[in-house]
Each structure stands twice: as structure tokens, then as C-alpha cells.
Write a protein that binds this ligand. Sequence first.
Ligand SMILES: [Zn+2]
Length: 497
Amino acid sequence: MKVPTTVFLHAFLGFALYAQGANVAMPKNLLLIPAPREMSVNGGEYLAKEKPRTERLASIPPEGYELSITTNGIAIRHSDEAGAYYANVTLSHLGYYSLKEKCKVYPCLEIKDSPAFRWRGVHLDEARHFFGKATVKKILDMMARYKLNVFHWHLTDDQAWVLDVPGFPNLVRHANGATMGEKIGPFYYTANDVREIVVYAKARHITIVPELDFPGHCGMVAKAYPEFTCQIPGKGRSGVLCVGNPKAMRFVEKVLDWACELFPAEAIHIGGDECSRAYWRKCPRCQEFAKREGLTDVEDIQPWVTKHLAEYLAKKGRKAVGWEEIAVGRGKADENGESENKDARKPSLNLQKNVLVMGYHIEPGARAANMGYKVVQTPNWRCYFDYTQQLPEDPFRYFIPDRRWLPFKNVYRFDPYEGVKQEARSNVIGGQCCNWTEVTYNQYDLEWKIWPRAFALAEILWTYPDPDNRDLAEFSVRAEEHRRRLIREHVNCAPLK
Ligand SMILES: [Zn+2]
């Protein structure tokens, strides 16, 4: 990013004071996250006796705003409703209440601001552990405060299916709400629950993208409706959709119909990851299906499913989102040499470029962007918040802590453009953190894992500080202040280190 003519004054001063170990602190209300793209502090304060003046200006970028605070008043210019909303979010960080003046007081300054990326996401897996409406709403509140705007809601998996779908009552009958063999619940979301949360999110300019995972990760479908998954004598339930069974595909379409009815978002996530081919190889119906459709072998079944569902959603005016396999198959190990992607698999056949690809490793996500797909990056070594924070003391469990780690400082190294060619950069529309919950048991555990790491995510996706010149020490000063604020509001934010 080019350094703006009016540099991040607060950031510069904050860094200077921090670096010198000075006792003089920067005014805490100027320590913003995410940092505005341009800000100049003019000195003086405004005693807010009147409401801000607002004006809509088409020349301001989407979600953007300009904020001018002088001793005479506050003026907001904004592009759209989201821009006006974010101007007020910034104001809420800047102001403090004066008991003496009996009003809010704001520092005099000028801000010009708009996001670097339009998808600034937080993902939550409620199939491995169910948290419920109150927790989800609290996450949405905190997301809005840091200008995060997409909530990716993982609602189905092998362990549970937590969305009630009319006509298929068995799906939620077994929703335990916890892994590790616990039998509690069932816990799941009704249509009214979902509608309530969608409205709540919309008021905060957050889009909810539901994820219904097909054709793999269907263990709960196998338990609820065994006939929709491949059945191999002696091998038990497969957890893989029996694509050769027309009733199974009709079931999937009905689930997507219902998702489209409940969720207004253009994007509907269909999963598409980590699907074993072993069952399709042994299932007579699926082999017959592959032959009938002219597929080379069962390897082509998953690409067929992706293409079919993407076209089905496109006809309904929606856009399919899938994990990286839908575009690039599986093949290359990631930067840390992990071998989970070692078995080469085929990407989708003639998949239209109008799907959205979610990269959970840097290289495959970047490759999809270079191929022309729109991409949201959530590489595990930067964005998987179920990896340990490497804190000296930590009361919570993590997913394979001795092999996978993600301290706060590493999140701040996230670059959604890593590996993406200059001419393909516009294909990267954003990023998100993923909160998988195999070993996340309650709200306190979840909040500890999200914060403060999501501060770094919010800053990167909104401000996009130059990856070669990121100042962790300066950012840590701001993050420490915001950590204190969250704790005051009963958010269980972990230490920075
Ligand atoms: Zn089958």
C-alpha cells in the first residue's frame, strides 16, 4: 500500500512512544483498529452537543466514509449505508463521555477511509460444537465493531447437522452439540432462529453465508437418512453422498432451496472438501452413475457434484462457494510441508468461473485466483484460530497443539495476495478466520481463541498495511488497548503473548 500523504499520525506517534519506552501515552481513543487509511489529527476537541451532519457522496468508494471533526461539529460523508455505519463505528471508538461537560467529547481530526477487501470474514463451526444464538449475536456485535462483515456459518458436518430442514426431521434429531462422545441436546437452529440472526446481522452490515457440506462430511446425513449415502456391506456408514441415487441428489437440492429461502446472501457455501473416493469405487450405484454420465471414473464424481450444485444455485440467482478442491483439486503440500493434500485429485470439470473459491492453504488459493476464480483466502497457518496461540499460560485446548500453532504475530503476517500475480489481484476479494470447534467447548473458550487474533485479521482486511513494512510493535500497542476494552465488556480476550 502506498503511504498516504497524511500518514497514520496516531500510529506513528504510538510507535515512537512505544519504541522509546516513554511514559507519555498516546490518547487511547486515537488507537484505532482497524487503522483508517488516512488520518490527520488537528488538535483540540469537540464537545458533542449536536448530532453529526451527514451527506451521501457517490465519489466515495463502497463502504467508505470521510469524517471531519472540528471544534464546531462533526461532518460525515459516506458512499452508502454501510459507509455511514462504519463512520459511526469509528466515532464510537474515538469518543469518551465527559462528566464535567455532560456530553461526549471527540478529538478534532480528519479521516478518509474505505476497506481494502470486500469480504472480511469470521467463520464458526457449530457442527462440532453448538454455541447458540446468544453467542452468535455476541460475535456479530464484536465483528461489527471491527468492521468485519461476513459471518460464514458452518452448519453441517459428520458430527452434527444443526439447521432444521422441512421434510427431513431426522437431520437434527441426532444433533448432540458436542463431540468426544458426549450425548447432550439435541441443539439446532429453527427457521425462526435463523431469521432472527439474519436480521440481527443485517442491522450490523454483516452478511451471513451458510455452509452445507457436500458430497463429503456427510456423516450425519448417513446417520439420519442412510439411503442418501453409499452403503458398502461390511464397511458401515460412509458419510459420502451416494450420487448415483437420484433421491440423494434431490435431497441436496431441497436443502439448498431451503438455504436460499432462509439466507438472503448471494453466496451459499456447498463445502466440497475432503471427500473420500473409496466408497464411490465400491458402490454399484455410483459406478453405474459414472458410466451413464460418461465420466472417466469415480474421481470425476465430485467435480460433477460441484458443477451440478453451482449451476443449480446460479439458476436461483445465487453463487456457490466451495473449498479450494472445487477449483484446483488436491495436490501440493503447503508451506510447512504438511502432507494432507498429497493425494492428487481432480478439480471440477468445466467449472464456470462464477463460483467463489475458499483457499485454506496459501498456494492452492493463490493458484485459483491466478486461474481466474474469485477467491477468499483463509490459509490455515495464518487464519485457523483452533491452532494454539503459543501463550505461556493457556487454560484451553487446541487442535493438535504440538503440530499446529498460530500466535497473534503470525496472524499479523497474513497477506491475502501472497502468491497471486499482479494482474490477478482483483480476483482476491478478501479473507477470513476459521473457528473449527472440535476442541472448543464453550463461549469463553471460543472468545479466547478469536480475540485478539481477529484484531490482526480486521486490520489486514480493512487497512491492508504493506506486508513488507508491517509494524508489529505499533500494532500491539493498539491491540493491547482494545484487549482491555473487550475485557471490560466481558469478552474473554486472550493476552497478546
Ligand atoms: Zn453410492
